[in-house]
Design a binder for this molecule. Structure first.
Ligand SMILES: [Ca+2]
Ligand SMILES: [Ca+2]
Length: 377
């Protein structure tokens, strides 16, 4: 076990004030049975705290880099009133590094409901970094998944409902064994369940797609998200097989009306936005596709609703839309002009996030238009 912090801490357990608060205890059924805050400072303590968490547990991790030797995991549910929380101690910086995991292992796996995971970096996983299987009502707030051996963040399985992924950075993922065919920034694949939201994501430089909804049969909503630089062979792989779509919105025969609002895709090796054979009424509004190697928008076979989108410099073209697509107010529609970008220098899009976790301020691909394209915030 390696750690940047030298001192060892024992697990500190304290009953949360909520449990002791006068009055609450008199309300039958509302007192959390195990409300507690656990502060951890070693990988062993972290592993144990996650394994033993119950509704109402808050796990606070001291600053440093942790190298677990087995997947951190839990099947314990929180409740709406007593969530299970995993977060750094105060404002400290916490990285969980998969370098000491066996080949094929994930860093963190939940099969659980009502967890909130905040401000933690999951890096160098041998396989997927974070996987939430059949999770409900989880919140992922300002986490980072970086440089793993498969997709960075995954929601999968049936009964995947009402999960929120807010302000994630997911980049640098590459599945070497498959020559980059599978590693996406966010994968919401092989499952079902309503109410799932991705907002404020940056998904970039992954070997396969920025975001992939392969074989997920319920609508997912995406907003305020950027996908860029995916699908490029950054690993000198002579048999490289990454696809490089910014937003891959279907696959495997599912017909599902995903929703994408106010998001952007640029400099991807594939299409900016694609139905990927999903014939559902996918809704895409106020998005921008810029300088993707294939189509800005590829919706050749389905019934997408494309409104007020802005496409510039698609390698194959701006839009490929079939006869069932409803297209209105986009810059490829007749009578709609193409506003000028204030900037095409993407440097600032990689800056640190704002203090509230939002995407960095940029003029890149902004136009000032109130009627077309992403606002880039
Ligand atoms: Ca692929
Ligand atoms: Ca993919």
């Amino acid at each position: 076990m390696r750690r940047s912090r030298s001192r060892t801490r024992t697990v500190l357990t304290a009953l949360a004030t909520l449990a002791a608060a006068g009055g609450l205890g008199t309300l039958a059924g509302t007192t959390p049975a195990h409300a507690a805050t656990v502060v951890v400072g070693t990988s062993a303590e972290l592993t144990s705290a996650i394994k033993n968490a119950t509704a109402g547990t808050t796990i606070q991790i001291r600053g440093g880099t942790y190298y677990p030797t087995a997947t951190l995991q839990s099947t314990a549910n929180g409740t709406s009133a007593s969530r299970i929380q995993l977060q750094p101690y105060e404002s400290e910086t916490v990285k969980i590094d998969g370098s000491n995991l066996p080949d094929g292992d994930w860093i963190f796996k939940l099969t659980a409901d009502y967890w909130t995971v905040s401000r933690i970096t999951f890096q160098n996983s041998p396989d997927s970094a974070v996987v939430c299987q059949s999770c409900a009502s989880t919140v992922w707030d300002n986490i980072k998944t970086i440089n793993g051996g498969d997709s960075g963040f995954t929601l999968t399985g049936d009964s995947t409902t009402n999960n929120t992924v807010r302000n994630i950075d997911s980049y640098g993922h590459y599945d070497r064994a498959n020559h980059g065919e599978n590693a996406d920034g966010i994968a919401i694949k092989f499952g079902s369940g309503s109410g799932n939201l991705v907002t404020g994501a940056r998904l970039y430089n992954n070997s396969d797609d920025g975001l992939d909804f392969w074989s997920f049969s319920s609508p997912v909503t995406i907003e305020h998200t950027w996908a860029m630089g995916n699908g490029k062979n950054r690993w000198s792989d002579s048999a490289f097989a990454g696809d490089g779509n910014g937003y891959k919105l279907g696959g495997d025969g599912e017909v599902v009306a995903h929703v994408v609002n106010n998001s952007a895709a640029w400099d991807n090796a594939g299409n900016g936005f694609t139905e990927n054979s999903n014939k559902g009424a996918i809704v895409i509004n106020r998005t921008t596709a810029y300088a993707n190697a294939k189509w800005g928008y590829y919706f050749a076979t389905g019934a997408a609703r494309l409104g007020k989108n802005l496409a510039v410099r698609g390698g194959s073209g701006l839009v490929n839309k079939g006869s069932s697509v409803v297209s209105s107010g986009n810059n490829w529609d007749s009578g709609i002009s193409t506003p000028a970008f204030r900037s095409t220098d993407a440097t600032s899009t990689y800056n640190a996030r704002q203090s509230n976790g939002a995407l960095p301020v940029t003029t890149f691909l902004t136009t000032g238009s109130t009627t077309i394209g992403a606002t880039m915030d």
